[in-house]
Write a protein that binds this ligand. Structure first.
Ligand code: PEP
Ligand code: MG
Length: 576
């Protein structure tokens, strides 16, 4: 048995068969080239049949992507379908088979590699991004050569655990949670797209686990413990029994938690705190509602802009926002304006590569520079406000001018809609994310300029600790319990309340049960988290005493290190 450790990305235990997604960059197809020497005609036929089969697979993915996400996302898949019909590309592969006497697999790999290198060397970011679509298609073809579809459960006739470098776009757009029990990836962190997606779908996941394809083979049995970040390869029967028992207990606890679904969230002595959900796609709102969310505290609108080749039009955005609002049945939906940059690239945006993307041209900075792009989104959000309780949230605020300029553009959007006779909610609330120390320290000022604030600890921690949230080498410094972070949260909450506005937290940290007493004690009105964490946190809140939480927070604020704060969180220490 082999134990692999990675980053715990999404809680839950899965026991299943490994499905190692092929990676065209790996060398394992090279050796098959020579075997085919004597039979070019058979190899060319195999190539044609495989291209045809993959085209059929992609047509299905296209339909699913279109139904789920609309034309924009489906376009990526369309591009891949067109490639499977590209005559000159196919002829190039056939020539290689004839002239060099290589196998169909080898010809595909060679020509896909050439294309990837060509795209990767281009100056244009949009064209560079196409390399991952070509890689994705190459992987599909390689898989079909082995007689299986890409990512499905066919070879085993049952559910699988994906083992991949990262989740490729054409797989995630059509993901079937009944077939995919869990995934483990070589790259990524807790806040990367694959982790966020896993949590919102309730699929266990471990990410950033390094060199998986060297250590796991398709068909091996895996235990994935997404809560501790551990993967066991070919476990012993005793371990299988142990984890089956753990899985049973987890299932039991989720049926126990179901009773909290329609309860309000409050401590044992009645102090209320709202628990809301973070979502990335409009579809996730109904699942959030089923999980007892008291609203959407963060709709990351940028996912609507990703994995496509052009900006979504106003009507397309409106449809997505409206869908989320209607699913929440009158509860608030907080739509964050485009937060692109940092780890989230938008290739068609054509911005130069940056040395420090997290300190660079991202989010509100970029939107204010491109007013027409921003106005389109503001109009779509305003229009969605006609259908429910929408709140608009501005990301990455550092300066008062950014808030003023955003308000000015929002006013312009309102006036445009009015002139056009289009309905919107004139009382729609406007807030900011507090993700930078600059915004935190100026909360006495900013609190008077907005209707609510939400603390984005994913970024606030990295900017406070000068520690890139994606860089594993400095991961030990990524410390949300650090007193410097806690003091900012305290100050933000105090100043927000002085201005009579609410304060919430929407970083991933909010779903950690051990942080809850501190967060309540620091004075938050709401916490927004992955939907799958809500009921557990609600149950935990009901076991806490608000006076105890306040004392704990006061003590934590006096600590000098995260380590000291963590030792306080052991109740036997604080109460003694
Ligand atoms: C945050 O920074 O905490 C946050 C919620 O925003 P994102 O993770 O999308 O940067
Ligand atoms: Mg952020």
């Amino acid at each position: 048995m082999n134990t692999i450790r990675g980053i715990a990305a999404a809680e839950g235990i899965a026991i299943g068969t490994a499905w190692v997604l092929p990676h065209i960059d790996a060398e394992d197809e090279q050796g098959e080239g020579a075997e085919a020497a004597a039979e070019p005609e058979r190899q060319k036929l195999k190539l044609q049949q495989t291209l045809e089969r993959v085209r059929q697979d992609l047509e299905k993915v296209y339909e699913q992507a279109q139904a789920k996400h609309g034309d924009g996302t489906a376009k990526i898949v369309k591009g891949q379908i067109l490639m499977t019909k590209d005559r000159s590309w196919i002829e190039g592969m056939a020539r290689l088979i004839e002239e060099e006497r290589v196998s169909a697999e080898f010809a595909v790999k060679t020509k896909v590699d050439e294309l990837i290198r060509m795209f990767e060397s281009m100056d244009n970011a949009y064209m560079r991004e196409r390399a991952s679509d070509v890689r994705d298609l190459g992987n599909r073809l390689l898989m079909r050569f082995k007689g299986a579809a890409y990512g499905g459960g066919e070879p085993f006739g049952g559910p699988v655990v994906w083992v991949a470098n990262d989740l490729p776009p054409s797989l995630t757009v059509a993901l079937d949670p009944d077939t995919v029990q869990a995934w483990i990836t070589e790259t990524g962190g807790r806040t990367s797209h694959s982790s966020i997606l896993a949590r919102s779908l309730g699929i266990p996941a471990v990410v950033g686990a390094g060199d998986l394809r060297e250590r796991i083979r398709t068909g091996q049995t895996l235990i994935v413990d997404g809560g501790s970040g551990v993967v066991l390869v070919d476990p012993s029967p005793a371990l299988l029994r142990e984890y089956e028992e753990k899985r049973r207990k987890l299932a039991e606890s989720s049926s126990r938690l179901a009773r909290w679904k329609d309860e309000p969230t409050a401590t044992a002595d009645g102090k209320r705190i709202a628990l809301q959900a973070n979502i990335g796609h409009a579809d996730e709102a109904s699942e959030a509602s089923r999980q007892g969310a008291e609203g959407i505290g963060l709709f990351r609108s940028e996912f609507l802009f990703m994995h496509r080749d052009d900006f979504p039009a106003e009507d397309e955005q409106l449809a997505a926002y409206r869908k989320s609002v209607e699913s929440m049945d009158g509860k608030p939906v907080t739509i964050r304006t485009l937060d692109i940059g940092g780890d989230k690239e938008l290739p068609y945006l054509q911005v130069p590569k940056e040395l420090n993307p997290f300190l660079g041209y991202r989010a509100i900075r970029l939107c204010l520079d491109r007013p027409r792009l921003f106005l389109t989104q503001l109009r779509a959000i305003l229009r969605a406000s006609h259908y429910g309780q929408v709140r608009l949230m501005l990301p990455m605020i550092c300066a008062a001018e950014e808030i003023r300029e955003a308000h000015r553009l929002l006013q312009q959007a309102r006036e445009e809609l009015e002139r056009e006779g289009i309905a919107y909610d004139p009382y729609m609330k406007v807030g900011i994310m507090v993700e930078t120390p600059a915004a935190a320290l100026l909360m006495d000022q900013f609190g008077g300029m907005v209707d609510f604030v939400s603390i984005g600890t994913n970024d606030l921690v990295q900017y406070t600790m000068a520690c890139d949230r994606m860089n594993e080498a400095v991961a030990r410094l990524y410390q949300p319990y650090h007193p410097a972070v806690l003091r900012q949260i305290r100050y933000i909450a105090e100043q927000a309340h002085r201005h009579g506005i609410t304060v919430s937290l929407c970083g991933e940290w909010g779903s950690e049960a051990s942080a809850l007493p501190l967060l309540i004690g620091l004075g938050l009105d709401a916490i927004s988290m992955s939907a799958s964490s809500i009921l557990g946190i609600r149950e935990r809140a009901a076991s806490l005493d608000s006076e105890y939480c306040a004392q704990l927070a006061a003590a934590a604020l006096q600590c000098a290190s995260q380590e000291e704060v963590l030792s306080l969180l052991n109740p036997s220490k604080i109460q003694s």
